[in-house]
Design a protein around this ligand. Structure first.
Ligand code: E4P
Length: 218
């Protein structure tokens, strides 16, 4: 399973990249705003800065909602850097845009996916990634992980190339459950990745090993 970090914070991206297990970055307009990145030129520069730190795919989301505007904006984003994947919302014009980008060899991430039907459409249009938001489904008492399992089943039935990018991951158990189900990618905060490191028996075991070494090497 690929690990993406879901942030526009350069320090966190650097920290995840330094860990050596990062496969990419996802951003969205809210994450960019959270970092205080505003204005078209600053936003485009920030995507370039992310690409300079991370070695994998970097999802950059279009703000436009009509076909013509999404094509123009998406092409501009894709031209920024070869790592850029154009993130397109799951709306009618978005599906048309994904088909256009797919035919042109521009990679896409279909975002704001909350149902199997939407995921099926995204795959039919040729999306590189489909992003079902599991945390936001959990937030409204709907099983987000079940959606990942259902999409996995559908994609396997027809051997779609579209990769399932489990998004809106909120914690470490989401990461582990997505791996069990067979999500191709997960995107979450740095804490969801770092949580995989922790086990109290590792900590106590290491403390004992080091203490025993000290005793024998005084
Ligand atoms: C996906 O690409 C989105 O950026 C993200 O995962 C949304 O997560 P949230 O529901 O925690 O905002």
């Amino acid at each position: 399973m690929k690990f993406f970090i879901d942030t526009a914070n350069l320090d966190q991206i650097r920290e995840a990249q330094d860990l050596g297990v990062l496969d990419g970055v996802t951003t969205n307009p809210s994450l960019m705003a959270k970092e205080g990145i505003t204005g078209r030129e600053n936003i485009l520069q920030h995507y370039k800065d992310i690409c300079a730190i991370a070695t994998g795919d970097v999802s950059a989301e279009v703000i436009s909602t009509t076909y013509d505007e999404m094509i123009k904006e998406g092409e501009e984003l894709a031209a920024l850097h070869e790592q850029i994947v154009v993130k397109v919302p799951m709306i009618k014009d978005g599906i048309k845009a994904i088909k256009y980008f797919s035919d042109k060899g521009i990679r896409t991430n279909c975002t704001l996916v909350f149902s199997c039907g939407q995921a099926l459409l995204a795959a039919k249009a040729g999306a590189t990634y489909v992003s079902p938001f599991i945390g936001r489904l959990d937030d409204i008492s709907t099983d987000g992980l079940n959606l990942i399992a259902e999409i996995r089943h559908i994609y396997d039935n027809y051997m779609f190339d579209t990769q399932i990018l489990a998004a809106s991951v909120r914690h470490t158990m989401h990461v582990i459950d997505c791996a069990k189900i067979g999500a191709d990618v997960m995107t979450g905060p740095l804490s969801s990745i770092e949580g995989l490191l922790r086990h109290p028996l590792t900590d106590s075991g290491l403390a004992k090993f080091l203490a025993d070494y000290e005793k024998g090497n005084k």
